[in-house]
Design a binder for this molecule. Sequence first.
Ligand code: SF4
Length: 322
Amino acid sequence: MLLEINDLHVYYKSYWYILKVLNGVWLRVDKGERVGIIGESGSGKTTLLKSILKILPQNGIIPRGEIRYDGKNILKLGDNELTKIRRKEIGIIFQDPMAALNPVFTIKEQLYDIIKHKMMIEGHNPSSKELHEQAVKILNDVRLPDPERVLKSYPFQLSGGMRQRVMIAMALISAEKLLLADEPTTNLDVTIQDQILKLIHKLVTEKNLSTILVSHALGMVYQMTDRVFVLYAGDIMEEAGTNELFNHPKHPYTQLLISSTPRLSSVGVGEGIKGKIPDYRNPPPGCRFAPRCPYVMDKCINMKPGKIQVNRDHVVSCYLYD
Ligand code: SF4
């Protein structure tokens, strides 16, 4: 097992209130496994990825839980060990490359910095020639034409698709074991989305990387993952192998999510799920899906359901299977 998360709680604190976002999340990723996390916007998917790297915003706190990565509890590691992991083992592709790239530095300055720090962790202080060779190689790997011109450019001088390829290049420098991809194609047009997904798929396969792909685009997750976790309002509702989950969803939320996605539904265009994600200042004390669930029972209201194993490779958190 490369990554195992247990009972993870993440809150955001402000002067007036506390947002209780993650509510006891569990997750596991084997070596070389491609895991998907699906759920509506605002379910806590990005918070979960940021927790793994301990890059939550300043007001984010983790009152409870464990993130075991390669045998170590990430939450107990010191800054030096965390920096090594972020620079050399786990890479992340963010949703918005413009927010992730620094607008005042050229791509060359930003790429050189990442490559240099990684090589220094490996005990080698690279020359300018080595940095240049590595930077050109990684831009070629992500199929960016004219790497010399890209290196001299500032982020705003590149197209959206090119910026996303630069982000992938940067993530891959650090990702020797695990790649986290947070809605990696959301801001791109459909043709470019397809190219970027194929590229990510090819690169992770070549490098035999474990991946966590976070997306609300179910078709993408269906094509690109081996196992899926369904996250709703900060709780994992269901976990199963990808085929099992999409063909035999058990949790009412997963069933509604899949049936409301046109290309995955056999009944045509769905109507969406009525209602909205609960207010994290005062979330439901029992099952967080209860206010929207067509099967809600009395016991769902006050007590959160546990994990129920419905078959060898399928876990659901719902009283209907108790
Ligand atoms: Fe619905 Fe109850 Fe199951 Fe929650 S636990 S999904 S409210 S039936």
